[in-house]
Design a protein around this ligand. Structure first.
Ligand SMILES: [Zn+2]
Length: 128
């Protein structure tokens, strides 16, 4: 006998909520990194003009590329990305399971993509 569980009145919406609630914060930030909808300057410049688009390191426009490849603030944790691929590509980092795992770990320990990461001129205290 096959028993079919009762359907929720919320249906697909409830499924989406359950998936979202099961994501860790770093997985959520990795997803934000993949889509470009994140607490970084390039998002602020486009969608939240009242927020400062600069990076804590002083560069005017904080982009995904800058955070992942260039920013001195996140350099202590960048080895996670180089361990994934020494010459990592953003598309591999955001488009493969191994890349997303490395990206999630980098975002977790660096604090990048987290709201409240200091802006230009503020002290930075990485999450360890
Ligand atoms: Zn920076």
């Amino acid at each position: 006998m096959c028993i079919i569980p009762p359907r929720s009145p919320l249906g697909a919406a409830e499924t989406i909520l359950n998936v979202k609630s099961s994501l860790s914060a770093s997985q959520s930030h990795a997803s934000q990194c993949r889509t470009g909808h994140a607490f970084i300057g390039e998002y602020y410049a486009r969608f939240v003009p009242t927020e400062d688009p600069s990076c804590a390191c002083g560069i005017f426009a904080q982009t995904r590329e800058h955070v992942l490849r260039d920013c001195d603030y996140f350099e202590p944790h960048r080895h996670i990305l180089y361990d994934f691929e020494p010459q990592f590509s953003i598309s591999d980092l955001t488009g493969t399971a191994e890349g997303i795992t490395a990206l999630s770990e980098f975002l977790k320990v660096s604090g990048a993509y987290r709201k409240g990461v200091p802006r230009h001129g503020e002290d930075y205290l990485p999450v360890l």
